[in-house]
Design a protein around this ligand. Sequence first.
Ligand SMILES: Nc1ncnc2c1ncn2[C@@H]1O[C@H](COP(=O)(O)OP(=O)(O)O)[C@@H](O)[C@H]1O
Ligand SMILES: [Mg+2]
Length: 338
Amino acid sequence: MDWDALEGEFHGIVPPRFTPPEAPADPGTPIRSDDVHEPVRGDHDRAFDVERATITLADVGGMEEVKKRLDLAFLGPLRNPELRTLFGKSLRGGLLLYGPPGCGKTFLARAVAGEMGAAFISLSITDVLTMWMGSSERNLHDLFAAARSHSPCVLFLDEIDALGHKRSQLGSSGMRTLVNQLLTELDGVDGNNDGVFVLAATNAPWDIDPALRRPGRLDRTLLVLPPDQAARAAILEYHLRERPIAGIDLRKLAAATDHYSGADLAHVSETAAEFAMRDAITTGEVRMISQQDMLAAVKEVRPSTDAWFATARSVALFGNESGEYDDLAAYLKKRKML
Ligand SMILES: Nc1ncnc2c1ncn2[C@@H]1O[C@H](COP(=O)(O)OP(=O)(O)O)[C@@H](O)[C@H]1O
Ligand SMILES: [Mg+2]
């Protein structure tokens, strides 16, 4: 975020700086780079969407701490093979992103792929489980095969907790087989995982099968918290970019939306647009979306992450013997929730 550009008010339509893949206005942005990559078809004639990420970490507003950790835990080792040899570190295993919903986990994963110039395959574990019920192991295998054939590739496994807490639904032995299959794929026993970088995401790391979090697997974790002020300004700017606005002070709005998630900020922008439109309908006079509309919308839309933090709080209190949630505990303390 260029803060200088934010000094004072800005008017008019802001040109889009990037295209978040999950923007509600255009849900279909994933680019099927069929010209670069053929979609991979498995035995069951399914295709995994292989994207070329169009965003990099520069498009992620704020979140400097997360970016720094991404660099240390993931991008740095990747860029420095000689240091890896020196310190005897392999690239095996993946990075687990966790945090409240709507706060940028998927967005960050895409940005990492973009940063590496790698292909990006994203799939939710729930899809693996339900879309092809009965052949989930095969699906996982095909998924990793697809990633290998597109290397360098970031393989993003969303909702990875589904492999833990859905255990009762599929019967524990079936789920155990699936976890084992994922472990096999992660360990690269069946195939060479060179150039396949696994990122996983969850809102509920405490539900994840512990076997998946052992060394060499999803052994590094990264807490993705609600957007900080700079991130909130970037998110609001994005959601207002194609709307008629006048006199919007992004910095003030960002300051007034502490604890709001990216999704909440999208909702705020929507609500403000509704206010202006409602006025236009009743008065017959079209007007711009104003700072007042935005502030009124902020009052109406409450941050949605409270429920998540309530759960997180009990985990930090009662489930943090090993210290794996120290980051979370530190944040909760800062917010005086612990
Ligand atoms: N730091 C950020 N900079 C810009 N946009 C962001 C940022 N964090 C989140 N967003 C926006 O918020 C939306 C929701 O984030 P998403 O990655 O889908 O959350 P999660 O995967 O954690 O549920 C994204 O589509 C993105 O547009
Ligand atoms: Mg997501």
